[in-house]
Design a protein around this ligand. Structure first.
Ligand code: GLA
Length: 425
């Protein structure tokens, strides 16, 4: 068995492409290496991460991979198979020169630049490299292609800087959660979306056969078995991407922060003897009972935003209990409820996502479905009995284009994601 046989397919493809894409006689400082990181689906816990809440993602069998060689200078040169474009930037004067460099680079490179700027900011000593970037995480499809790109870039930097990757004093390497935090900040800088830690953490922590229950406040996590040979995780892409997503995302984040302040004031006023009320600093700290008692005092839309998040957090914990019992089917009803909250209270769905969820509802054996990720387009996630996958596919093909004028793309994914890097020559 060759030493590349166990690599994810995109990593092997990228390795093959490297000599074709980069054949201008640069003198390299290393042999060939590959780095890769997985995309994710989030079983449940949408828009809870930046509210200090809980999420339950799974890293899937889709990756972004880098294949390349270290250079003896400070240049990073990339070839993207998806965009069919080269891009190049210098490590010189990063992170100081980040904004200036960012404005000259296309969006996909900004994520890589952001990761590198953050690593250097954290004290890493990096060297330049040439790499082919290749993957099978659908771009913009709700499976976190940007987080997979960021985490793969961090993995590539660690590999190509070959031991010079030191952060802190004692030659320490980064923990997976520290890598996730670096990549989250890179995403903020690259895209202006003030995302939570969900996507990057899922990509860094994911391992085969498991979902990850992550507490986004303490950053503690626990693996829960996601072992369901009779069930499929079906991801259906609406085919729709909306520009407004970034500003609407940041607006939801702001509204949640404002709702926390309002709720704290109301609860402190009504329960002056309740010491814990003063410690409320995120929606995570407001209980379902407190919200039932005081939520109606919030104006709209803050009431609906907060109501959704508090209920979704409770659903995540319920889903985690169900996984622990090995009763994955029982997650289904929670998915329908989550979607209704995202649609009516959090208002991050769209007609195409709603239509896909409604179609799934009509299929016996589709146990639950909801929109996936940030919203306003992208995909739905569906928990479906294996024998019902075909029926769902038929129903979507028949009804979705007629009802929306769009084409959907159906895919199944598996909980086999992971991240890594290695030298191959
Ligand atoms: C996007 C963000 C995540 C998370 C989800 C919604 O994917 O990147 O941090 O907030 O939306 O759950």
């Amino acid at each position: 068995m060759s030493e590349t046989a166990f690599l994810p397919q995109p990593a092997r493809d990228a390795l093959e492409l490297f000599p074709i894409a980069m054949r201008d006689g640069v003198k390299y400082a290393s042999g060939m290496g590959v780095a890769w990181a997985a995309g994710r689906v989030n079983l449940i816990g949408e828009h809870t991460d930046y509210n200090d809440g809980f999420v339950l993602p799974i890293a899937i069998d889709r990756v972004v991979a880098f294949a390349g060689r270290a250079r003896s200078d400070n240049i990073v040169r990339l070839w993207s198979t998806h965009f069919q474009k080269y891009a190049q930037f210098s490590l010189e004067e990063l992170p100081g020169i980040f904004e200036q460099q960012r404005s000259t680079l296309p969006p996909w490179v900004r994520y890589v630049l952001g990761v590198i700027a953050e690593l250097i900011h954290a004290g890493a000593v990096l060297c330049g490299f040439d790499a082919v970037v290749h993957g099978d995480v659908p771009v913009g499809g709700g499976m976190s292609s940007s987080a997979a790109l960021e985490v793969a870039a961090a993995q590539a930097c660690m590999l190509f800087s070959n031991g010079q990757f030191t952060i802190g004093t004692e030659g320490a390497t980064l923990t997976p959660m520290e890598v996730a935090a670096v990549c989250q900040r890179a995403e903020h800088m690259a895209s202006g979306v003030l995302c939570g830690i969900l996507d990057q953490a899922a990509s860094c922590l994911g391992r085969p056969g498991d979902a990850i229950l992550l507490d986004c406040r303490s950053l503690e996590y626990r693996y829960l078995p996601f072992d369901a040979p009779d069930l499929s995780l079906v991801v259906i892409d609406t085919g729709v991407r909306r520009e407004l997503a970034a500003s609407a995302y940041n607006e939801r984040r702001r509204q949640c922060k404002e709702a926390v302040q309002m709720l704290r004031e109301i609860i402190v006023q009504h329960e002056p003897e309740n010491q814990s009320a003063l410690a409320i600093r995120a929606l995570r700290d407001v209980t379902l009972e407190q919200f039932a008692r005081y939520g109606h005092r919030l104006p709209d839309p803050w009431r609906r935003r907060a109501g959704y998040v508090i209920a979704e957090d409770a659903r995540v914990l319920q889903a985690a209990r169900v996984l622990e019992e090995g009763a994955i089917e029982k997650v289904g009803p929670l998915l329908w409820k989550s979607h209704i909250g995202l649609r009516d209270e959090y208002e991050v769905s769209c007609i195409e996502l709603d239509t896909l969820v409604e179609i799934a509802r009509q299929v016996p054996g589709a146990l639950g479905a909801r929109m996936l990720g940030g919203g306003f387009g992208g995909s739905t996630i569906n928990l479906v009995r294996n024998e019902a996958v075909e029926a769902l596919q038929r129903m979507v093909t028949r009804e979705y284009p007629a009802r929306t004028g769009q084409q959907a793309k159906i895919d199944t994914c598996k909980a086999v994601g992971g991240t890594g890097n290695r030298w191959v020559t």
